[in-house]
Design a protein around this ligand. Structure first.
Ligand code: PLP
Length: 369
């Protein structure tokens, strides 16, 4: 069987680092505690340094990170926030959870990121922010997005849940918007052993608010200036993330090598391969193909014991969650057209090159049988 990802293998490669990190937290009983927890502080500081950004505020997961920064920006009930039609639900759900309205914009056929040419038509007097997603590890068109945002006085939050380490014209994703959010869900390019997330920003006020809001509205111990929430990174996850961070670049390069092999093996086949712009550094969180007979290929993979997945089976506006908005596929002609064709094939840094080749061979057999 060729798995979709193999987290165990990654653990075994750096077992001593991880085991020591976990043991240290247990020895110190430093399980929770925001920045007063030294493991949390160390991770926040090292992640901020890695990105070259002023503040990193850790929290419980990547979805909370989006909610918290939206609150910090003063976005509230009735405000509108622009999000891509094709992404994981968190991007839109976080907007809805603070009472604001996610406004969906179609994506690009080759790159899967938000189509900047379609953003302005959706801007109204209630629009407050844009959340571009660097989907699958590919940076969105940040220059154009920042330009639109400054003309319309909107905030930009980069959703970097899939783009740890990806570069846009030499700049690391997460440092171009007014703030950015990360998820460290176990399978992300930098993943913890549970749920974890962070907000990053150069803006002092957003940072102070986010930190305060994520620990019960406390500005200092027992001084609650508002009702907040409980969204903390725990000590174990922080220590695990600090142990893994030094490997991130290497792992991203391994992903890029696997991608290169897929490109070589599959270049003359009818499947549509992921495209990357020459000015971006794609980090292949996912390797997503487009294929006409997707169900046929999925069945063939199953017969050959290869795990594949769909990211995502439905574009967001067409989910039951947004039924009351009455969207039709024609309003999102690009994403609704490629959605039935997309298929994510195995991709992870520790994947053996032989397995990359086997997956590619199976695709070729399917195409020419
Ligand atoms: C994973 C992910 C998130 C947030 O994930 P959590 O599971 O809440 O940590 C947000 N946006 C995108 C695009 C994601 O892939």
């Amino acid at each position: 069987m060729i798995p979709f990802v193999d987290l165990k293998k990654q653990y075994l490669n750096i077992k001593t680092d991880i085991d020591n990190a976990i043991q240290e937290v247990i020895n110190a009983s430093a399980f929770v505690g925001s920045r007063s927890n030294r493991f949390v502080k160390i991770f926040e500081d090292s992640f901020a340094e890695y990105l070259g950004i002023k503040h990193c505020i850790s929290c419980a997961n990547g979805t909370d990170a989006i909610e918290i920064i939206l609150k910090a920006m003063g976005i509230s009930r009735g405000d509108e926030v622009i999000v891509p039609s094709h992404t994981w639900i968190s991007t839109a759900e976080a907007v809805g959870n603070i009472g604001a309205i996610p406004i969906f914009v179609d994506t690009l056929p080759d790159f899967y990121t938000i189509d900047v040419k379609k953003i302005e038509a959706q801007i109204t007097s209630r629009t407050r922010a844009i959340i571009p997603v660097h989907l699958y590890g590919q940076p969105a068109d940040m220059d154009e997005i920042m330009d639109i945002a400054s003309r319309h006085k909107l905030f930009v939050i980069e959703d970097c849940a899939q783009s740890h380490g990806a570069l846009y014209k030499g700049k690391i994703t997460g440092t171009m918007g007014h703030a950015a959010t990360f998820s460290f869900f176990p399978t992300k390019n930098l993943g913890s052993f549970g749920d974890a997330g962070a907000i990053v920003t150069n803006n002092d006020e957003f940072a102070t608010y986010s930190r305060m809001y994520s620990v019960h509205g406390q500005i200092e111990k027992n001084k609650h200036i508002t009702e907040g929430r409980n969204s903390r990174l725990d000590g174990l996850q922080a220590a695990i993330l600090s142990a893994k961070l030094p490997y991130l670049e290497k792992w991203n390069n391994c992903r890029r090598e696997k991608a290169q092999l897929y490109f070589e093996y599959l270049k003359d086949t009818p499947v549509k391969l992921p495209q990357a712009r020459d000015w971006s550094k794609h980090v292949y969180h996912l390797f997503v193909l487009q294929v006409e007979n997707r169900q046929g290929l999925m069945d063939f993979f199953k017969e050959n014991e290869v795990q594949v997945m769909l990211h995502y089976p439905t574009i967001l506006p067409l989910l039951d969650a947004y039924k009351q908005r009455g969207y039709s596929p024609e309003q999102f002609p690009v994403s609704s057209t490629y959605q039935p064709k997309i298929l994510s094939i195995p991709m992870y840094p520790e994947m053996e090159n032989d397995n990359v080749k086997s997956v590619a061979e199976i695709i070729k057999q399917f195409c020419y049988k």
